[in-house]
Design a protein around this ligand. Structure first.
Ligand code: NCD
Length: 269
């Protein structure tokens, strides 16, 4: 990608997604410009998203955007004629995280068909699981959703899975019973910033915590995954368990993004 520039527009905080995109582009020989805090750009002066996008378009060859507004990625891409990659649009979708999650499972397990994957935590506001559930259903995975009743997977997602793939996701609240048959346990953080009030968050905070005891109930080949950041949902003493692969998962984000950028720019190795 020598001579190519990735525009990186992060209107929301990010560690892994943003930096793995930067790392991927730089490892491909390209360069990166952009911002990780919209308050240092003209957004602060009242500039609209369309004008920011049109301006960035002139400075780069493709763009990656993360924005707090649900569904904002698609319209953003329509303001410009260069490729735009969705790095998370509010609580809606996070498709590239899904690519690296699926890559990680495939690399570890060989095939995905028939695997039992448990998605656990904030399935309402967690965008990673919305994108992941749809992809897994299309790959023949059995999906169990474990969450408090307030944080269930949106009905629009479960209905779309049912309609498109003819399969139902199992919904339950008990992590211990779900983990016994799991090939993969995909934990997520309770998305504090997307709650209506601190009281609502306090009610469900720390509702599921994977510790050594939970791991002792699980299959010895189960994969413990997490898109990160973790807050309290996996205790640190679990990190040395060989089944805990979330940092390897984060590393895979670089390779998957290198492949994606190459494909999008039409570059061949
Ligand atoms: C997630 C995100 O931003 O949606 N992290 C990531 O991109 N790897 C998960 C989260 O914030 O909880």
């Amino acid at each position: 990608c020598s001579g190519k520039i990735l525009g990186s527009a992060f209107f929301e905080p990010s560690t892994r997604t943003m930096l793995s995109f930067h790392s991927a582009m730089q490892r491909l020989g390209g360069s990166v410009l952009g911002f990780s805090d919209p308050s240092v750009t003209s957004v602060k002066k009242g500039e609209c998203l369309a004008d920011t996008m049109r301006t960035l378009e002139a400075y780069c060859d493709l763009m990656v955007i993360r924005h707090p507004n649900e569904g904002s990625a698609k319209p953003s891409s329509e303001f410009v004629s260069i490729p735009v990659i969705n790095a998370g649009d509010g609580g809606r979708e996070h498709p590239i995280q899904t690519l690296l999650d699926v890559f990680t499972i495939k690399e570890k397990k060989g095939s995905l068909k028939g695997l039992n994957v448990v998605l656990c935590g904030d399935l309402k506001y967690g965008r990673t699981v919305h994108s992941l559930a749809k992809a897994l259903a299309g790959l023949g995975v059995n999906i169990s959703c474990v969450s408090p009743s307030e944080l269930k997977m949106p009905e629009s997602t479960t209905t779309s899975i049912q309609r498109k793939h003819g399969v139902s996701v199992v919904e339950e609240t008990d992590l211990i019973s779900a983990v016994k048959d799991a090939d993969v346990l995909y934990m997520t953080r309770i998305q504090k910033e997307r709650f209506g009030s601190p009281e609502e968050y306090a009610k469900v905070k720390d509702c599921y915590v994977v510790n050594k005891k939970v791991m002792s109930m699980a299959n010895e080949n189960m994969l413990l995954m997490h898109p990160l950041p973790r807050v309290n949902e996996i205790t640190f003493d679990v990190d040395s368990d060989k089944r805990a692969i979330f940092f390897e998962q984060a590393l895979n984000g670089v390779f998957v993004r290198m492949a994606l950028i190459s494909l999008v720019l039409g570059v061949r190795g």
